[in-house]
Design a protein around this ligand. Structure first.
Ligand code: AMP
Ligand code: ZN
Length: 436
């Protein structure tokens, strides 16, 4: 049997007792930094919380939760500690109307993050010397630079390919001998079609050997489809901007749940209604606390992602617990083409257009293996009179305004008043009919 290897054996295989001791030490430090932020200092002073309130991991329950709205209210920097001046980068999360959520990082934070991503990539089977093509947006989105620095730290040749332009992606894959790709799962299905259209067999015509997929919910069936199409393994990667980005939880070669790096994140699963912890192994909302971040400590952050902790130990030897794949969200956000979208963002665009009526319906469908977002919108009756000439203009304007707002391009269907079904109760604004 070949010996198991790790990126950082000491931390990845720490026994649970030592891991917990490390967590308490880091949690106390995190609470100390939080008391340096204007947001937490006010909150904790009101509740009489200080560093000594934390003597064990369970003491985290004495602390209040943090939600996305807190980050928005603190825009642009109300949640940074006194180390804000050391910041060398910031990222923003997609998918919010009005103020985005911003996370600042100093050198320590960025190094810690790059190490977590390097560890994650290694855990999924990537190695120094791999050629890693990162097919996702660079910029404020964390998947670009997050994977870039992580892959470089691993010692892979990292190609910052960016999103889209599939023919160019295939050229890069061929010319530079790409072995590992990170992309959103829906894009890989599209990429496979382009491979076929170009007459290239992705298995025989390239050096590809491993995929890393994430940033959007997907099922085991979708993963299997990608693996079957390309004939190589695809590993699930989970992260969110508020917790750095990628590198929070990652599948190992066992492909049986995502190890969440518990030296860097404290994990709780709570009932989203009562906010009480769920029973072991039960599905609930994932709540995370940063344990190794200096500029922006985030404590008991409600991710809104639904998952559960998988029971038992992993055959890979890593002691960090495993999360099940994300099964949904406890709010109404959906993800399309890798972009987080709240229906209210689309509604706010629609309602600013005078021609738009009151009813609309967002439909998510899969067409030829690609996820599409249709926005069906009823217009005012006069738009359909014989003398009215501007339907095409309205359509184009809606496409560009919605794309500017949510970053994903919609398909617009203009309807006459009354064409959409009227609901008696709470309006249904989103129908998700995607394949997986
Ligand atoms: P962002 O902050 O823009 O990177 O978006 C983070 C959100 O994307 C998370 O809270 C999840 O809802 C979603 N997400 C990221 N990775 C995954 C994954 N592997 N599976 C399911 N959802 C994911
Ligand atoms: Zn494992």
């Amino acid at each position: 049997m070949c010996k198991k290897t790790y990126w950082n054996e000491e931390f990845e295989t720490l026994n649970r007792c030592d891991l917990e001791k490390l967590q308490v030490k880091r949690l106390r430090k995190t609470v100390g930094s939080a008391l340096d932020t204007s947001f937490y200092s006010k909150l904790y002073e009101e509740k009489g919380i200080d560093v000594d309130s934390i003597q064990s991991v369970d003491d985290i329950r004495k602390l209040p939760f943090t939600v996305k709205q807190d980050l928005r209210n603190s825009y642009p920097d109300g949640m940074t500690s006194c180390k804000k001046d050391e910041s060398i980068r910031l990222h923003c999360s997609s998918g919010t109307t009005g103020q985005p959520t911003v996370v600042y990082h100093n050198r320590h934070d960025l190094d810690s993050w790059a190490n977590l991503v390097a560890r994650s990539l290694y855990c999924a089977g990537a190695r120094p010397g791999d050629v890693f093509q990162n097919i996702c947006g660079y910029g404020l989105f964390t998947g670009g630079l997050g994977f870039q620095y992580g892959a470089e730290t691993l010692g892979a040749l990292a190609i910052p390919a960016g999103a889209g332009n599939s023919k160019r992606q295939i050229k890069l894959i061929q010319d530079f001998g790409t072995t590992v790709i990170h992309a959103i799962p829906s894009y890989l299905i599209r990429l496979h079609e382009i491979f076929l259209a170009e007459g290239i067999d992705p298995l025989k015509g390239t050096n590809l050997r491993l995929f890393v997929i994430g940033a959007e919910p997907h099922t085991e069936e979708q993963r299997k489809k990608i693996e079957t199409l390309f004939g190589i393994k695809a590993y699930n990667s989970y992260g969110l901007t508020e917790m750095n980005g990628p590198g929070v939880a990652f599948e190992c070669e066992e492909q049986d749940g995502l190890h969440v790096w518990e030296d860097a994140y404290l994990v709780e699963i709570v009932n989203p209604d009562t906010l009480e912890p769920v029973e072991d192994g039960e599905i609930g909302e994932l709540v995370l606390t940063t344990l190794d971040r200096e500029v922006m400590p985030l404590i008991r952050y409600r991710t809104r992602d639904l998952t559960r902790v998988l029971p038992g130990e992993c055959a890979c030897g890593r002691t960090h617990r495993r999360l099940d794949r994300i099964t949904g969200r406890s709010d109404d956000m959906f993800i399309i083409k890798g972009c987080n979208v709240f229906p209210m963002q689309i509604e706010s665009v629609l309602m600013k257009m005078p021609e738009v009526g009151t009813n609309y319906l967002i439909e998510l469908v899969t067409e030829n293996g690609v996820d599409e977002m249709y926005v069906n919108v009823e217009l005012q009756a006069q738009c359909f009179s014989d003398s009215y000439q501007d339907l095409e203009k309205i359509q184009n304007s809606l496409v560009s305004k919605i794309r500017d707002e949510v970053l994903a391009k919609p398909k617009i269907v203009l309807l006459e008043p009354g064409e959409l079904p009227q609901q008696e109760g709470k309006a249904i604004r989103v129908v998700d009919a995607r394949d997986s």
